[in-house]
Design a protein around this ligand. Structure first.
Ligand SMILES: Cc1cc2nc3c(=O)[nH]c(=O)nc-3n(C[C@H](O)[C@H](O)[C@H](O)COP(=O)(O)OP(=O)(O)OC[C@H]3O[C@@H](n4cnc5c(N)ncnc54)[C@H](O)[C@@H]3O)c2cc1C
Length: 553
């Protein structure tokens, strides 16, 4: 296999050779460095590479070039190698153009000239971009093959699980994909139960559960130790941040996640307001980076494993897992976040997973191609999903219970929805029924005047009010009426410490009504429901964990 290419373009021969020299110094072992002295020459080289079947990992283009600017080149190169990372080299005076380019040419990063020393100004950024490219690029597929019916809820559950856990897989749809038949023939038995999975080593799994597939896909589901300094429940942004800080500061740390690391944020198609990522990043990407960081510091991540209860014995907190085992720890960080409230209308329950999805099921976007889809909800998550799905679906219809879109949604999303040609917003409207035998075929919409209309639909994505996942803690810590967990000063009852508080100190800021049980992120009473605040709380909580542990020893 030819090495993937880094293509750099600059009309100034001195700058071009300086860039090429620095690129070679760091990347020559893994990548072939190709140079071009104009936008037109770079475009020609790009087309040739495509024809020869080579892969481009990164374009690095100077902005100021006669004839074709860097942004113009990157915009034209994008459809030829859509997965390649695009970086712009700019002078300080061109910063404005570079920021515009983030939107117009989907540029991933801009670098300022000069980039000396490259160890600080160039390589960290390019390392990051190349790592992202590697994560999305699979030259020869060596992952799991999954075969199923397009609208099967079981196949959807397996696909969703593999995608969210970043396990490489290929999906073969029995109805539409000719290769699916070939795979079925390789299995050799007539009419097996579906979905059918072929593992990397050639073994087959017939209609496996998510847990069976997780075991075979090499995901860790059993704790390696019986006791930890810190156990974190939930692997969303808050839990992952606590894990990174805990382990990096020397605590023996385990993180237990019931679905896939990333949490709600992991289902987001594009997070645009997270500090340091001017062109936004997908939730999947954020989760992948955070998991890699946590593992590097030695965090043990158990997934998919659910914590179903907790018991307390002196300074020990025992987490009870859904396989019946227990993990002992001195401190617990509860980072269980929220999950969507179920919507109640005829047809919804039967068709969940077969066209009805709670939250943004990004894996299903392709199957909605050129068909109408409905979204229920008007929060930021619904807005993001509408924009994402509009790239695939023929039409996206948003059903909003209230009388304005902007009441709960950020203005930048409202603006994009209003500017989109294939997103329709219906205010004061709800779903009163969902129809279909094997999968969603239509939804009935109730209009503000009470009238009902049956509309064809390929899918319904539900984003209605979310609830904290704290049911398993009812008997352990104080919960408020909505199930959120009060912490710090909120746990005082009429100015007194909570009942059963057995240590001689006040509760720490993020501590629940039980010493050593901390709560962070969306499940905490009064929390700001944002990625950055969840990450912040996860990091801060570890300081209190240290103080709690110090008093135990
Ligand atoms: C589609 C979407 C888009 C969003 N976009 C943005 C955005 O652009 N910007 C922004 O700032 N915010 C955004 N948000 C909000 C943001 O994602 C949340 O505020 C953030 O994820 C909260 O983090 P958390 O770690 O507290 O909880 P969560 O992300 O909810 O993670 C909690 C985790 O705990 C796990 N869990 C729950 N119970 C258990 C249990 N008993 N045992 C084991 N594991 C358990 C869950 O499976 C989950 O993975 C978005 C949310 C959604 C749904």
């Amino acid at each position: 296999m030819a090495k993937p290419v880094i293509l750099t373009v600059d009309d100034d021969p001195n700058v071009l050779s300086a860039v090429a020299r620095d690129l070679r110094r760091r990347y020559a072992e893994q990548y072939r460095i190709v140079r071009a002295d104009s936008g037109a020459a770079a475009l020609e080289a790009t087309r040739e590479l495509r024809q020869r079947g080579e892969a481009v990992a990164l374009f690095l283009a100077d902005q100021r070039m006669p004839g074709m600017s860097g942004v113009e080149f990157l915009a034209q190169a994008m459809p030829i190698f859509p997965q390649a990372r695009r970086a712009l080299l700019t002078a300080y005076a061109d910063t404005e153009a570079a920021i515009q380019a983030i939107n117009s040419a989907a540029v991933h990063y801009y670098l300022l000239k000069p980039w000396d020393p490259p160890e600080e100004q160039l390589y960290p950024v390019l390392d990051d971009l190349l790592e992202e490219w590697q994560a999305s690029h699979s030259p020869i597929f060596e992952g799991i093959r999954l075969l199923g019916h397009r609208w099967s809820p079981e196949a959807h559950a397996l696909k969703d699980f593999l995608a969210r856990n970043h396990v490489p897989y290929l999906y073969f749809d029995l109805e539409t994909d000719p290769q699916a038949r070939e795979l079925l023939e390789q299995y050799g038995q007539p009419e097996p139960k579906l979905p059918l999975v072929r593992l990397v080593d050639g073994r087959w799994l017939v209609a496996p559960t998510v847990a069976e597939l997780a075991d075979q896909a090499g995901l860790l589901r059993q704790a390696a130790q019986t006791h930890y300094d810190l156990a974190i429940v939930g692997g969303g942004p808050a839990g992952l941040a606590a894990a990174v800080y805990g382990a990096s500061e020397g605590l023996r740390t385990v993180l237990i996640e019931r679905e896939a690391p990333g949490g709600q944020a992991g289902t987001s198609s594009r997070i645009e307001n997270y500090l340091g990522f001017p062109s936004g990043l997908s939730g999947g990407d954020l989760a992948r980076r955070a998991v890699a960081q946590a593992r590097r510091f030695g965090v043990e991540i158990l997934s998919p494993v659910e914590v179903v209860g907790m018991r307390i014995d002196g300074p020990y907190r025992f987490l009870q897992l859904n396989d019946g085992s227990e993990i002992s720890t001195f401190a617990v960080v509860v980072a269980v976040g929220l999950s969507y409230r179920k919507l109640d209308a005829p047809g919804i329950e039967q068709l969940t997973g077969a066209g009805v999805y709670y939250g943004a099921s990004l894996t299903e976007a392709l199957s909605c191609q050129a068909q109408p889809v409905f979204i229920v909800g008007a929060g930021n998550s619904a807005g993001q999903a509408a924009i994402y799905l509009a790239e695939y679906a023929e039409r996206v219809i948003m059903l909003v219970r209230g009388d304005s879109l902007g009441a709960k949604m950020s203005q930048y999303l409202v603006d994009r929805i209003e500017a989109s040609l294939n997103i329709e917003v219906r205010l004061n409207s709800t779903v009163s029924a969902v129809h279909g035998s094997a999968h969603v075929e239509a939804v009935t919409v109730r209009a503000p005047d009470g009238g009902e209309e049956r509309c064809p639909a390929a899918a319904l994505f539900i984003f209605t009010g979310a609830m904290p996942c704290t049911g398993w803690l009812t008997e352990i810590v104080h919960l408020d009426r909505q199930g959120f967990i009060p912490t710090g000063p909120q746990v005082f009852e009429e100015g007194r410490r909570p009942k059963g508080w057995d240590v001689d100190r006040e509760p720490f800021l993020l501590e629940s009504s039980v010493p050593g049980i901390f709560v962070v992120g969306d499940a905490r009473a009064g929390s700001v429901k944002r990625v950055a605040s969840a990450v912040g709380e996860g990091s801060i909580a570890v300081q209190f964990v240290h103080q709690h542990l110090a008093r135990l020893r």
